[in-house]
Ligand binder design. Structure first.
Ligand SMILES: CO[C@H](O)CCc1ccc(O)cc1
Length: 113
């Protein structure tokens, strides 16, 4: 029972850390392209090009719904945002640069978790 308690406590702590890190991502000045799903009605080419869209509001919902079994799954979805961004945008476009900046920020914070 002791072992289960510590692992349940760690899972609780990890969830809190993921929620906190997500809030930091959401209020980052370069988060604007990633806050909501890309409007695939407005950009049909995006729907065709990007097989698995991801954005910060979707990750927030998934955290709240308990969709992530492990914090690594949370990190994979965050990284999916930035790999989708690199696929669709030129490195030096406004969105492309925002993606590189946000990825660097995320990896810095993630390494300290
Ligand atoms: C997270 O943003 C997406 O990478 C797509 C942004 C975008 C959509 C249409 C454009 O003409 C340019 C950028």
């Amino acid at each position: 029972a002791k072992k289960e308690k510590t692992s349940a406590r760690r899972a609780k702590q990890d969830l809190a850390s993921c929620k906190n890190l997500l809030s930091c991502l959401e209020c980052h000045e370069h988060a604007w392209p990633f806050l909501l799903p890309v409007n695939t009605k407005q950009f049909p080419q995006y729907k065709k090009a990007i097989k698995t869209p991801m954005d910060l509001s979707t990750i927030k919902r998934k955290l709240q719904e308990g969709s992530y079994k492990h914090k690594g799954e949370f990190a994979s979805d965050v990284r999916l945002i930035f790999s989708n961004c690199e696929e669709f945008n030129e490195d030096y476009s406004p969105v492309g640069r925002a993606g590189h900046c946000m990825r660097q920020y995320f990896e810095q914070q993630w390494a300290q978790m």
